[in-house]
Design a protein. Structure first.
Length: 256
């Protein structure tokens, strides 16, 4: 499809989806979210090994676009929220690792995007916030992603106060994987992506799916599920190739 609010670029084994509505601080309008979802689905169906989520302008994303929402009725708002949740689910459903490359402020649903991505690297000048706590509309859906990353007390602080936390704090709290100087953002993102996408593409895709399936299960159920997935996938060509390569002390030749 033709994209107006984002850019999708393929470069060898990787794709970059860039939010490109800087004049609106990459606010997530209905169109913007639909384009992002379409792009992630397109990339998910491709043979790239990993996906970057980036942005142009002075903000990574300011969250939902109030110009889309002000004065709308309940039917429209439910549709808007469903579109947002579908975007977040799509990011975690595609087989490739998704890495958020955060160069600027990420707030509300923009912070939710970062929390939803599998991995995140941020510049040390970046801030993160769920500002609904100090306004008139609480960050209900961002709460879901953020609280699953940083724990109850820290999530409650972010959500209730609405204050911005800096990148160092976001790293210490587990919201992001790396914090680097702005000039190292691209380099460190590529380094982490290369590490996260090595090995069997097929196995990594199943592994990502299994990670999100088991993470919130009770431990006995998580083990029961993971045990069956691990046993079943042991029969795949890549699993057998990995075992053989290890025993034969050679580099594995995985399928694409």
């Amino acid at each position: 499809m033709q994209y107006e609010m984002i850019e999708l670029i393929y470069d060898g084994d990787y794709a970059t989806i860039t939010m490109n509505s800087p004049e609106r601080r990459n606010a997530l309008s209905m169109q913007h979210m639909l384009e992002l979802t379409a792009a992630f689905n397109e990339v998910g169906d491709s043979n790239v090994r990993g996906v970057y989520l980036a942005a142009n302008g002075h903000a990574f994303s300011a969250g939902h676009d109030f110009r889309d929402m002000a004065g709308q009725d309940l039917v429209f708002m439910r549709k808007m929220m469903k579109t947002c949740v579908n975007l977040m689910d799509t990011i975690q459903a595609i087989p490739q690792p998704v890495l958020a490359r955060v160069h600027a402020l990420a707030t509300a649903a923009g912070c939710q995007l970062v929390a939803t991505c599998d991995l995140a690297v941020a510049a040390d000048t970046v801030g993160f916030a769920t500002p609904g706590g100090k306004g008139g509309w609480f960050c209900f859906t961002p709460m879901v992603a953020v609280s699953r990353q940083i724990g109850r007390k820290r999530a409650a602080e972010m959500l209730f106060t609405g204050d911005v936390i800096d990148a160092k704090t976001a790293y210490e709290w587990g919201l992001i994987n790396r914090v680097v100087t702005a000039d190292k953002l691209l380099e460190e993102s590529e380094k982490l992506m290369l590490a996260a996408t090595r090995g069997s593409f097929w196995s990594k895709g199943i592994g990502k799916q299994a990670f999100y399936a088991q993470i919130d299960l009770e431990q006995p159920k998580a083990y029961s599920y993971s045990m069956e997935v691990m046993a079943a996938t042991s029969q795949t060509p890549d699993a057998q190739e990995g075992m053989s390569a290890f025993l034969e002390k050679r580099k594995p030749n995985f399928q694409r």
